[in-house]
Design a protein around this ligand. Structure first.
Ligand code: NAI
Length: 683
């Protein structure tokens, strides 16, 4: 084993591309090099360095759940060896130091980082807590409050923000290994005992006060995930003697690994990675996209423009008249103003983004666009007119996308001379925030156009999921089936607040009737009216929403929908007028109203999603079962720690699931198509 020694300092380089994940082999190598450095009299101190891209991104995810994860030297052992080394160790951090990677650095005696480095402890996002001393060393280095904030957010922080914080002793603009070498030499020369996180003690009463306050502040959704409580328990233990705290952290960590939430979060992580990967049959390289034209500067168009500006793209915003254009531009300007005001964005970046925006009503600019995204009114005729115009102005080879929620991509593509360049890019509102992007492939869409849609999604920091071209694609198809089931439950005997509460109780971001009020009941009403002529009269059709709209209850914006709103605040229960409409609907269907338990509501809502997911798979609209879960979690507020409807279904007793679904189909009446669940459950 050769050791890289420079002026008496051994440089131990982590070398496991691409991100130095802490595999068993890497852990063994670190220990070997530590041993070599310890026994070599020419070595006075040690620098532990990563690569440019990563100091270390943490655990090797392919090892999680396998015996290798627990095979010695486990990460705890490696860190222990570093901390108790007879020669001082300084970490030189460039790129990312995340999870176990940061815990490794915390075991070093000092840490130096490049100013562009990013650090974080994202374990909470996988339903876990740091398990290699992070919960014990970090509070000792930066204080309990700051440590709690970093670990419970799971977010990455820039090195620059942490300069001199105790987490990072020095932050430099270049040559991080050189700076670490200088620092370790200084430590050796000083002759003083070198600092170890484990030797510090925390004030017990301060720790307890902060933890008690944080426990009270946990949100309802956090309380549903055991890791948040466990993190606080681990933090309490950081006021104990170090080894006792470490023992407690280990117990808490091991208890979390098999929990349903941690399993589901690991599954979601992998499912999201799979969904965003370009399907293997799409070998065609994506086309280059530098300039994006967004047509329609309404709610969605302005959000899409912001997402593109944030990603460093040049944006042309096009409207039908100056007034609408000004409104759209103002929305974007205001968005950046607000982000700067709250310190989320620097003025410099906001200005640079603003400089790349060109808002016009002249369609000739389209000749410079690589990608055109249409976000005008949801009306086939209007969209077809717009696409004729796009076709006339866009350069050959430009990609033409529609943000339609429901319309047929092929019918839109058909009015152009180049249907192979047309696809759907279905964003979710607010488009600058929501992660999901459905990339919809029309029957004539070329492979490289689909590939470009997927890669643009990643550029925009979205989660792109490929779907087929069918009414509502994947997300809205499932959401409609779910909402319909929830409407059935109103007729059967539940009130809107019963349904909403049952679903938020298991972690849905919002219940369906609160969502409906928020988006405006008139959107659905218009669609229902458009579909009335083709609707099968034998279908179980719940007309409650229509009656509410006829009474002027169009949702939150009208001050009343399923709920009433005073000063924008939603009433806790629905009022008599709404209940009257619902009771009448039950009576007309000849139903004797009965109380629905929360468990029944939850189960029926989930079953409806599962059934529709199986239908979408059979139709080929959804590519893989796990794609459905990615869509629901990233676009519809489905609790991530439940994995998604497919993950949920796989955890159920199969015979019971089938029996319940048959019941659902019977009660759903004519038109409820019972799906074959086996492809979904077996995959
Ligand atoms: P919106 O009504 O806020 O904006 C539409 C904009 O298009 C308006 O500013 C209008 O002036 C402009 N426009 C209309 N005709 C035009 C033309 N011929 N040329 C140029 N501009 C024109 O509508 P919103 O909500 O932004 O929806 C746009 C599209 O996005 C629709 O297809 C909708 O289904 C889809 N969508 C909407 C979501 C939402 O949450 N609102 C979510 C996902 C998709």
């Amino acid at each position: 084993m050769t050791l890289d020694i420079r002026d008496g300092i051994a440089i131990i380089a982590l070398d496991h591309p691409p991100v130095n994940s802490l595999s068993l082999a890497l852990r063994e190598r670190i220990v070997e090099q530590l041993d070599a450095a310890a026994s070599n009299p020419a070595v006075r101190g040690i620098v532990l360095a990563g690569g440019e891209r990563a100091f270390s991104a943490g655990a090797d995810l392919t090892e999680i759940g396998t015996p290798r994860q627990f095979q010695e030297p486990i990460l705890r052992t490696v860190i222990d060896r570093i901390e108790s080394s007879s020669k001082p160790v300084v970490a030189a951090i460039a790129g990312v130091a995340l999870g176990g990677g940061l815990e490794l650095a915390l075991g070093c005696h000092r840490r130096v980082a490049l100013e562009t480095a990013r650090v974080g402890l994202p374990e909470i996002n996988l339903g876990l807590i740091p398990g290699s001393g992070g919960t014990q060393r970090l509070p000792r280095l930066i204080g309990i409050a700051a440590a709690q904030a970093l670990m419970s957010s799971g977010a990455q922080q820039n090195a620059r923000q942490l300069a001199g914080s105790g987490l990072l002793d020095e932050v430099v603009s270049a040559d991080v290994v050189g700076a670490a070498t200088t620092l370790v030499t200084k430590i050796v020369d000083s002759g003083a005992p070198f600092p170890r996180a484990r030797d510090r003690n925390l004030d017990i009463s301060e720790v307890r006060t902060i933890v008690v306050a944080q426990r009270e502040k946990l949100t309802a959704r956090q309380r549903l995930q055991p890791a948040y409580g466990a993190l606080l328990d681990a933090l309490v233990a950081s006021s104990l003697p170090f080894d006792e705290g470490m023992k407690k952290e280990r117990e808490l960590f091991l208890d979390l690994v098999p929990t349903a939430a941690a399993q589901a979060l690991r599954y979601q992580f992998k499912a999201t990675q799979d969904a965003t990967k370009r399907p293997t049959e799409l070998t065609a390289p994506p086309r280059r996209v530098g300039t994006v034209a967004v047509i329609g500067a309404g709610t969605m168009g302005s959000g899409i423009a912001i997402a593109a500006l944030d990603a460093g793209l040049t944006v042309q915003l096009i409207e039908q008249d100056a007034e609408a254009l000004d409104r759209g531009r103002e929305r974007i300007v205001e968005h950046y103003r607000a982000r700067v005001a709250v310190g989320k964005l620097s003025q410099e970046i906001a200005s640079s983004n603003g400089d790349r925006l060109r808002a016009v009503i002249d369609w000739h600019v389209l000749r410079d666009a690589d990608l055109v995204i249409e976000a005008v009114f949801e009306d086939l005729g209007v969209k077809q007119d717009v696409f004729r115009k796009i076709d006339a102005h866009a350069r050959p080879g430009a990609i033409l996308a529609t943000n339609t929620s429901y319309l047929d991509i092929d019918q839109i593509a058909a009015v152009t001379s180049r249907p192979e360049d047309v696809l759907g890019l279905h964003f979710f509102g607010p488009a600058e925030v929501m992660k999901l992007l459905e990339v919809v492939r029309g029957s004539k869409t070329a492979a490289d156009v689909v590939a470009t849609g997927m890669s643009v999604g990643s550029t925009l920091k979205k989660v792109p999921v490929l779907t087929g071209n069918a009414f509502g694609f994947v997300g809205n198809r499932i959401y409609n089936a779910y909402r319909r089931q929830c409407e059935f439950m109103l007729e059967d005997g539940a009130w809107p607040e019963d349904v909403d509460r049952a679903l938020t109780d298991i972690g849905f971001a919002m219940g369906p009737f609160t969502v409906a009020d928020l988006s405006g009941l008139d959107v659905a009403w218009r669609m229902r009216k458009a579909q009335a002529a083709t609707r099968d009269p034998r279908e179980r059709y719940v007309a409650i929403l229509d009656r509410l709209c006829e009474a002027g209850r169009l949702g939150r914006k009208a001050g009343a929908g399923y709920y009433t709103y005073v000063d924008g605040k939603q009433s806790k229960t629905t009022d008599e007028a709404v209940r009257y409409v619902i009771i009448k609907a039950s009576a007309q269907r000849g139903l004797h109203r009965r109380r629905l338990k929360p468990e029944e509501i939850q189960r029926r809502a989930l079953l409806a999603m599962v059934n529709e997911a199986a239908l979408l798979l059979a139709e080929g609209v959804a590519g893989r079962p796990s794609d459905v879960d990615v869509v629901l979690v990233h676009g519809y507020g489905f609790p991530r720690w439940m994995g998604g409807p497919v993950f949920w279904a796989r955890k159920q007793d199969r015979a019971q699931l089938q029996a319940d679904l048959r019941n659902l189909a019977e009660e759903g009446g004519h038109g409820f198509v019972l799906a074959d669940l086996s492809p979904l459950l077996n995959a």
